[in-house]
Design a protein around this ligand. Structure first.
Ligand code: ATP
Length: 766
């Protein structure tokens, strides 16, 4: 646990003055660079006209300067936070971005925290100083230096009491004890060695980060994204990075971290966002979500659901074709269906085979009727006649309709909605009736992997689209040829008297490359394009609270990341979702066999030791075999429990909330309740404490927030009140894990308010 120690030295006024001077010079350089980028940006915005190619180039340059400006603005706070002194080198200043003097040959003025040259700032210890004699943390407010913490790592200089498990402990302690604001902060100034190792792991392969509550998994995941973007910039700017979080409240909670690290090009999403055009915000009962997440159940069921849409008539259907009745016999449709299924193509693509086969047989039926030789010879219709018959059949609206009925063009939404709202279809697909829902019900996150799977099974028949694109391109080339001819013609008129050779458009481009140059370039970022494209393949995928994803959801994610360059962070002791995982082997073996790495984080930076002692009892009861993480500090306040009569729970709770809010001011108070009590206690709290945040997406910046434990996943509050823990345990099969999550949300204080006797697992508080 952190305790102040001799190696931290206080600094002299002279040190403060000289560091302030350096800091001021850094900000001047930042301002200068910012002005340069700003004036270049303004100049570009004033430019107009030019060739389409020039405009595209200009747009790219504009985006580049705009991004540079945004980056420089985002590092205004905490631009420089550290300095390393070496026995045999110049001091090195560490900051959020790298800065160079105008003369690039000189040492950098500021080293980006992600550069190799900054690594000793996070790793050097007194035992392994790596040439570092002193690590200095610079505390700033705006552009002003407010304090310096020094750690002397050179044993010959210091007293040798440097601790090996914590680096930069004064800065760390001040970050950990600061009041929370409802928005996660970056930890760039105080990343610890075990976290640094995860952050800087290479891009390739699947990495699993298992760690108890508060071990910094979310923080590490976000800093890893920033590190990967810095180190593999070119590759990842093109392919994009996806960060998947459990819900939108959580995404808002973490939304400031990457911008404060000057990185914005990452797609933050929940599972419910991963099917373009659908925002799945509904909720399923636990048992329904579990079924929808079950690979063994859902894969064959979805295949059946699609196959069920490929129908045949009982006997035959008769339509009118060209004034004659035309029979489509069951056997004809069955054969066409068999041929289409045998093609192995997705349903909508295989449809072309179905139609071709059916038309072929129908055209032969017609040929037999109208081309039969009365003398018994060969059919009188020529090949051309037959082709014409097929064309007529294809264009006949009644034929089209009949074939469409047997093998319709389908969309994933249509198939899934029809399946989940029709008891007969569910049964035929092999699914339990408990999945039946109302037609008006919205999509849920558990539906998204099903929609995605159906999109794969259905495919898209883009023959028509491609044909149209090809037609448009040909027309454009034809037009370009015309333009080039005019250029050629006018050259002979304008330049015939000029002696030297003058190149014109016709000499350097042909019509098709002329068209290429004029095609609009897509200037959206990879994240923007990825969000709109279901088939986008990301360069790296980071999954937070990864233990909650179902096997169906993992299947979707693996599809989006064929390189398997994945970082999954989570805690199998905190799994709440019934379809979630309780071991990591379960998740990764089907996709990468043994080729995944597991790293464990062991230190809890959030929860003080007094609270963690209570949590450890709950964890033992979860029975996951996971060891509780070691708290890095103690808060000096013991957790408490208070029983109140059920009839006055709301009043008593409100009194406790007021007390905690006053004690924590301006820190945050989180009230975690069983789902059953959320509506009534939420309403009572809002009525009594104006500005308290409740509901589906509460604003975490409010001082008091009331939510269910599921909603609180990944979040933290300075003081936490857990209400009726017995109900939290009873509410779900993974209720004990939920209670573990609830008690580990506190950064300072924990209180339990209960109406029934305290569950045995919390008996230490009785
Ligand atoms: N090296 C660090 N320096 C400063 N603060 C840190 C550090 N590591 C973690 N923290 C802080 O500890 C808290 C917990 O971190 P985080 O939310 O990332 O943990 P977690 O492992 O994801 O927890 P959970 O499993 O409960 O979601 C956060 O406030 C985070 O900023």
């Amino acid at each position: 646990m952190i305790a102040r120690k001799g190696a931290i030295l206080s600094s002299s006024d002279a040190d403060i003055d000289s560091e302030q001077a350096y800091l001021t010079a850094l900000y001047q350089r930042l301002d200068q660079l910012r002005e340069q980028a700003d004036s270049r940006l303004k100049a570009i915005l004033l430019e107009a006209g030019g060739t389409p190619q020039g405009r595209t180039q200009r747009e790219a340059t504009r985006a580049h300067y705009a991004e540079q400006l945004a980056q420089m603005n985002s590092v205004e706070n905490g631009l420089c936070f550290g300095r390393l002194d070496f026995s045999a080198d110049h001091p090195r200043y560490i900051g959020r971005i790298g800065l160079f003097a105008e003369d690039r040959d000189q040492d950098p003025l500021l080293v980006d925290w992600r550069a190799q040259a900054a690594r000793a700032f996070y790793l050097a210890t007194a035992v392994n100083p790596d040439g570092v004699t002193r690590r200095r943390h610079l505390r700033t407010r705006g552009r002003t230096l407010t304090g310096i913490d020094d750690e002397v790592l050179d044993l010959a200089v210091g007293d040798g009491s440097g601790r090996e498990d914590v680096t930069g402990e004064a800065a760390l302690l001040s970050a950990l004890t600061a009041n929370r604001t409802g928005r996660m902060r970056d930890i760039v100034e105080t990343i610890q060695a075990e976290q640094d190792e995860v952050i800087r792991s290479g891009l390739a392969g699947a990495l699993v980060v298992q760690g108890g509550p508060g071990t910094g998994k979310t923080a590490v995941a976000l800093h890893r994204a920033a590190y990967l973007l810095y180190t593999y910039r070119q590759q990842l700017t093109r392919s994009g990075v996806l960060i998947l979080g459990p819900n939108t409240t959580f995404l808002r909670y973490i939304s400031q971290v990457l911008p404060s690290l000057a990185e914005t090009g990452v797609l933050l999403a929940t599972l419910g966002d991963l099917f373009p055009g659908v925002r799945a915000r509904g909720t399923d009962p636990d048992e329904v979500a579990a079924l929808k997440g079950d690979l063994g159940l859902m894969l064959p069921a979805l295949e059946n659901a699609v196959a069920d849409r490929q129908t045949v008539p009982d006997d035959f259907v008769e339509i009118d074709h060209d004034g004659y009745p035309l029979r489509i016999e069951r056997a004809v449709v069955e054969d066409a269906r068999a041929a289409a299924r045998k093609s192995g193509r997705p349903h909508n693509v295989a449809r072309a085979v179905f139609v071709t086969e059916a038309i072929h047989v129908l055209s032969q039926q017609i040929a037999e009727r109208i081309g039969a030789d009365p003398l018994g010879g060969e059919n009188l219709l020529s090949a051309a006649d037959l082709a014409e018959t097929r064309r007529e059949l294809r264009e006949d609206i009644d034929v089209q309709q009949a074939l469409f009925d047997f093998w319709p063009v389908l969309t994933p939404r249509q198939v899934l909605r029809d399946l989940l709202t029709d008891a007969g279809r569910l049964e035929s697909a092999g699914l339990p009736a408990s999945l039946l829902r109302d037609r008006s019900a919205g999509w849920t996150p558990a539906d998204v992997p099903l929609l995605d799977e159906l999109a794969e099974l259905l495919g898209v028949d883009d023959t028509l689209k491609k044909r149209e694109q090809a037609r448009q391109r040909e027309a454009a080339i034809e037009y370009a040829e015309g333009v080039l001819e005019i250029v050629e013609g006018s050259r002979s008129l304008d330049f015939e008297d000029v002696e030297e050779e003058i190149l014109s458009a016709i000499d350097v481009v042909d019509a098709s490359s002329f068209v290429e140059r004029h095609e609009e370039a897509d200037t959206r970022t990879a994240a923007e394009r990825a969000a709109a494209d279901r088939t986008w393949m990301f360069g790296h995928v980071i999954v937070d609270e990864a233990q909650e994803l179902s096997p169906m959801a993992w299947r979707l994610l693996m599809r989006r990341c064929p390189s398997r360059s994945i970082t999954a962070v989570g805690d199998v002791a905190q799994t709440s979702e019934p379809a979630g995982s309780t071991t990591w082997e379960q998740v990764f073996e089907p996709y990468v066999g043994q080729r995944w790495r597991l790293v464990e984080l062991s230190v809890n930076y959030r929860t003080p030791a007094e609270v963690m002692a209570v949590a450890a009892d709950v964890l033992a009861e979860v029975g996951s075999g996971v060891k509780p993480p070691r708290s890095v500090r103690s808060a000096g306040v013991n957790p408490w429990a208070r029983q109140v009569p059920a009839g006055v729970l709301a009043e008593e709770l409100i009194a406790d909330v007021r007390k905690e809010a006053a004690a924590m001011e301006p820190g945050r108070v989180g009230v975690l309740v069983p789902a059953r009590l959320e509506p009534s206690l939420g309403a009572a709290l809002v009525a009594a404490v104006p500005g308290a945040a409740v509901g589906e997406q509460p604003d975490l910046r409010n001082q008091v927030v009331l939510m269910t434990v599921r909603q609180a996943k990944g979040l933290e509050f300075d003081s936490v009140l857990v209400i009726c823990p017995d109900e939290i345990i009873a509410e779900s099969p993974r209720g004990m894990s939920d209670l573990y999550v609830a008690v580990t949300r506190a950064t300072q204080r924990l209180g339990i308010v209960h109406t029934a006797p305290l569950p045995a697992v919390l008996s230490s508080l009785a």
